[in-house]
Design a protein around this ligand. Structure first.
Ligand code: MOS
Length: 730
């Protein structure tokens, strides 16, 4: 039988999704459910001095008005890098505009909304710091960088001395804006208590994380929290942590003694579950006359909330440490606190923003050296990870440059800015490198081989819309010799064997090996049953092969139904486990991004007209869902380059474009036909399937490829995203 893994299998949940049969968190029909609405602060800093709930409490259908004055006291959650237990109505302090200050519950949504708007809060307002750029002089060193696993600074050699002595230099500052994830599905939670046990249907990228956070906050054992989330309508990082709305829903359900549903509005999605913070990054590059890098310095500042909300440091310099061969490299990370919500991971956190700065600077260096941008990267190719001092498990970046350049037609590029035109329209070609870590975390899975030859399997993982159901089905089909149609893979329920959160492109490399191992364990049990049978005399397990519900051996066959009937079993169960990442190697994926832009010289309109991305991401388990990830990531990058920015009103600290009318994301006319290439190769180290996650990789390097193309088209270097019409108009 041909391998199913690798094939462009249609999504196994595709039909359910397009027919509306896939149930998302807000859609579970929980009997007796009542409705909650959040109330948010209208000031950016200060204190609540009075809360008048009388009008709201007297309104029809109102079941509870929960404020810091009557909210249940929660246990502290100190979960590593981020602490998102606040603000959950634990005190009267206000640290940003939009902070949750109350939750109102009523029998219908309309009545809850009406009561929420009748709540009267009085604030004592303090002076707020509302923009990062006004507070750069307050930058401080992160205290828990990467969860405390390493210093926010790193050094090899002497970058400053080498820079000062070098022949050719670039010294520039790059800026990226606040961006919001904006998944199609807003966050939603339904919570129901049964005694001291709670069930939550919640939109999350991590059911295990939600289970543990809620257990900690409510002071109950994790086994008393059941989290259910079979479908997620996109996350991109904003559903990676358990944010206050989920906690407040559970608090409200306990208070009213009924199941409670809370669904965020699009506007609330801008203040309730993190965002990509603004960054200000200084990059210095220096090279010898031959284009060999002699010094790299990357000083990154990222915007934070006020520190008492927790800590999130955008790790902009991590790719800079390893992407190129260079003897002198210095990286620093600093934070600037403002009266804003806590930022968080957003698709390719760190790399998306950091590689924009690094790869823009590399383009500036190529211009200064008069060397082709691809050639400059090849002259500085890192054969090993010079930061970790380890070999890469697999690095086919040279092939990405070669195949990407060839598919794009890069050799036809005239390097002079403004030299390529189509009539009056300026054409620009730009490129950049992509990289993202290849992650793996411990995961478990179980598989049941049933008498009719069908398979039911499960793991407490998630499908963010990326294809987890589908690729796990493919792995099982191959391992157990069964048609994908006869496999049912379940996920998104914390009663299943535990798996990591789906963040950091981790699901495929973590969960598929556990599923594969569970299949092997089930098959081994089946073979042992057969070998114990007198009819199998003389056979060993090496003689046996499972296909379509029958175990085949030379001149003999053992239908599963008979084997199970004889053993008195309904099914054979196997369990499998993946450990954390293997040591000894640096684990990264790579890619090469090539963009063509067309710029109207009179109107400044910038269109991405052609795009090629070539990626080295190990073995691809599904050619179709894999390609969809690449298209989605590149589209996300086009948004970062040209459209996306959350704007803050400096006076009030309020986001002024908190909706999809004014927060611009790419739509079909903004996106050209995207050519994607997977460079062949299997990762021999990361996991037994040779696969790596690809959720984030394709968006890294898109923004600089486009910015570099805009420079090539116009001669204008834009170092501040998003690139706007006014940037390129003389
Ligand atoms: Mo991602 S930002 O790791 O969901």
């Amino acid at each position: 039988m041909d391998a199913i893994v690798g094939q462009p299998l249609d999504r196994v949940d595709g039909r359910l999704k397009v027919t509306g049969g896939a149930r998302y968190a807000a859609e579970f029909p929980v009997p007796g459910v009542v409705h909650a609405v959040l109330v948010q602060s209208s000031v950016a800093a200060g204190e609540i001095v009075a809360i008048d709930t009388s009008a709201a409490e007297g309104m029809p259908g109102v079941l509870a008005v929960i404020t810091p004055e009557n909210a249940e006291k929660l246990q502290a959650d100190k979960g590593g890098e981020q602490v998102v237990s606040r603000p959950t109505l634990q005190d009267m302090q206000v640290l940003y505009n939009g902070q949750h200050v109350a939750i109102v519950v009523a029998d219908t949504l309309d009545r809850a909304q009406a009561a929420a708007s009748a709540l009267k809060l009085t604030y004592k307002q303090d002076e707020a710091v509302t923009t990062m750029d006004s507070a750069l002089n307050t930058a401080y060193r992160p205290k828990h960088f990467r969860g405390g696993a390493r210093s926010p600074d790193s050094n090899r050699g002497d970058a400053d001395a080498a820079f000062d002595a070098a022949a050719v230099k670039v010294d520039a500052t790059y800026r990226t804006p606040i961006e919001h994830h904006n998944p199609m599905e807003p966050h939603a939670t339904i919570a129901r208590w049964d005694g001291d046990r709670v069930t939550v249907w919640t939109a999350t990228q991590g059911i295990s994380g939600a289970q543990h956070t809620l257990a900690t906050l409510f002071g109950i054992p994790p086994a008393n929290v059941r989290v259910i989330c079979p479908y997620v309508g996109g996350g991109f990082g904003c559903k990676g942590s358990t944010w206050p709305p989920a906690t407040l829903t559970a608090m409200a359900a306990r208070k009213v003694g009924r199941p409670v549903k809370l669904s965020l509005t699009r506007r609330q999605m801008f203040t309730s579950n993190g965002y990509r913070p603004r960054t200000v990054q200084k990059v210095k590059l220096a090279a010898d006359a031959g284009g060999k890098l002699v010094a790299i310095r990357h000083d990154g500042m990222s915007q934070m909330s006020m520190p008492s909300l927790g800590e999130f440091a955008e790790p902009v310099g991590l790719a800079t440490e390893m992407l190129y061969s260079c003897p002198n490299v210095a990286v620093t990370h600093r934070l600037v606190g403002v009266n804003a919500p806590l930022p968080t991971y957003m698709r390719a956190p760190g790399e998306a923003s950091g590689v924009f700065a690094l790869e823009s600077a590399m383009d500036e260096l190529a211009v200064a050296l008069r060397i082709d941008p691809v050639e400059l990267r090849l002259r500085n190719y890192a054969d090993g990870d010079e930061h970790e001092d380890k070999p890469f498990s697999l690095k086919n970046l040279r092939e990405c440059y070669r195949q990407g350049a060839e598919a794009f037609g890069w050799s036809q590029r005239n390097p002079a800015p403004r030299s390529m035109r189509d009539g009056r329209v300026l054409i620009g070609w730009g490129m950049a490198t992509s990289t993202y870590p290849a992650n793996r975390r411990p995961a478990e899975a179980l598989v049941r081989l049933q008498a009719d030859g069908s398979v039911v399997a499960g793991s407490g993982t998630q499908d963010l819309g990326t294809g987890t159901y589908t690729v796990m089905t493919q792995v099982i089909a191959d391992e157990l010799g069964v048609s994908p149609r006869r496999v049912r893979f379940v996920l998104g329920d914390s009663t299943l064997p535990p798996a990591p959160g789906s963040g950091g492109s981790t699901t495929v490399a973590s969960v598929s090996p556990a599923v594969q191992a569970a299949c092997a364990a089930a098959r081994q049990k089946l073979f042992s049953l057969i070998l114990a049978d007198p009819q199998a005399a003389g056979l060993t397990s090496a003689d046996l092969r499972l296909a379509n519900g029958v175990v085949l051996a030379p001149a003999r066959r053992f239908p599963l139904s008979q084997v199970l009937a004889r053993a008195g079993l309904e099914y054979i169960e196997g369990r499998g486990k993946t450990e954390g990442p293997p040591g000894g190697h640096s684990l990264h994926s790579f890619g090469a991004q090539f963009a063509e832009v067309r710029v109207d010289p009179d109107l400044g309109e910038i269109r991405v007209s052609r795009y090629v991305g070539a990626f080295d991401a190990g073995r691809i388990l599904n050619a179709k869902t894999g390609r969809s990830q690449l298209i989605g990531g590149i589209t996300y990058g086009i948004g970062m380059a040209l459209l996306e920015e959350t704007a803050t009103d400096a006076e009030t600290g309020r986001y002024v474009n908190a909706d999809l009318a004014e927060y611009l994301v790419p739509v079909h006319p903004d996106v050209p036909l995207i050519r994607t290439i997977f460079v062949a190769g299997e990762d021999p180290v990361l996991d037994p399937l040779g696969a790596r996650g690809i959720g984030e990789l394709p968006m890294v390097g898109v923004a600089p490829a486009i910015a570099n193309a805009v420079y090539h088209a116009t001669g204008v270097r834009v170092r501040d995203l998003p690139i706007r019409i006014e940037d390129v108009l003389g």
